[in-house]
Design a protein around this ligand. Structure first.
Ligand code: ZN
Ligand code: ZN
Length: 78
């Protein structure tokens, strides 16, 4: 069975490989608090200042408000 990273669409032959990849997948380093979706920075912002959730039907926006960096959250969670 093939496991696909839903952020960058790379495929892996095992779930473990996918897990390891997702930890440092640069295509999903942001997530939306509202819908829980992960996505890349370039999908969420065009100017590096205003961030908006790229998910349809979701209007989460604002870095540090509804959109967070996955790495920041990991640091806060022991
Ligand atoms: Zn990926
Ligand atoms: Zn969202």
């Amino acid at each position: 069975m093939v496991h696909t990273c839903r952020n960058c669409k790379r495929t892996f032959s095992s779930e473990l490989e996918l897990d390891l990849h997702q930890d440092n997948c640069t295509e999903g380093d942001l997530f939306c608090d509202r819908c829980g979706e992960r996505f890349s920075e370039r999908k969420a912002t065009t100017d590096g200042w205003h961030y908006r959730c790229p998910t349809e039907d979701c209007d989460g926006e604002g870095i540090g408000e509804e959109i967070h960096k996955v790495t920041d959250v990991r640091l806060q969670t022991p």
